[in-house]
Design a protein around this ligand. Sequence first.
Ligand SMILES: [Zn+2]
Length: 360
Amino acid sequence: MVRAGGSLSVVSRPTNEPGPGELVVATEYAGLCGTDIQMLRGLRDDPAPVIGHEGIATVVAAGPGVRPEFAPGTLVAVNPTHPTDPGFLLGHNVDGLLQERTLLPATAVTGGMVLPLPADTDRTLAPLLEPLAVVRYALRQLHAFAPRTLIVYGDGVIGHLAVRAARRWLGSATRVILVHHTESGRAFSEAAPYRADVLCTRLDWARLEPGVVGALLATPRDATVFALESVLALGAEELAVDLVGGLPPNATTPLLPGIDLTAARAANCGGLPDPARIVTTDSADGNRVHLFGHRGVADRHLLDAAAELAAEPGRYRDLITHETDLEGAVRVMRALAGSRDRVIDGRRLIKLSVHMGAKQ
Ligand SMILES: [Zn+2]
């Protein structure tokens, strides 16, 4: 699937041969992510023509010098964000997984970005692996503040995964509030098998437990500051906020004087540093606020997410609402890029799974 001048099409291209240290992998299942849609809408300027940074694949060829753990036939996940080499951001500046064969450069292989998975891994859950790893990172950080209330802001796949994983990773005593973008989004949650304690579209109606409030902002880039301000306006005495969603450059809010929100989020990348950098400040109202964010995940987050999907597949499976092949994915992505509506084939889309297994 090749992106050119704002349009998408499926074309044939020659398969790369792996050079020294490189791997060629065959994608089995890949997911479509919110950042992919933003690229199609022209909101980001990532150069890679082939997108796709979430999925699992099988090694089909290994170049000279590659360690035997990556022998052909090995099932692997790829961590899309190299913590120290900005030249490897899979599906953004390196051609991604929405193609039959993907060349993984030596920096990804030697840098530990390619993770062998057990052969009995449920491949159909693969599109949830990377987003659940992001949630793992977020909830691990928030857990340190022992929040009594968790506000999950945003009802995309990250928000829904966070609600479901919070019971497992924060415990059952934390009250979970899911803030939806639209009433139809709230209706989806109402009908879902695992629900937050509170489902709302406006945060000011939600009741907080006494004690620390945690907030996980899983919002698109143009909505994160609004979400942050909505959470700050609740006036919790102590608040820990994870800016999972993106931010425009140099974003600020008058509610947190002197804080560069974008810099706070960018301080953590690919799981480094560990522990994560957290900014602690006082809000304009005099409340204590801990603020952080992160781009990408560490391998440990991906492996924890893989273990969680293996342990509790039924807790997450219904979030893969649509499955299609490469041609079908082009159709869905065109529809999504052209509107803010998330209804495809008469159903709300949470996660699209692209199955590439047919033409091996
Ligand atoms: Zn993504």
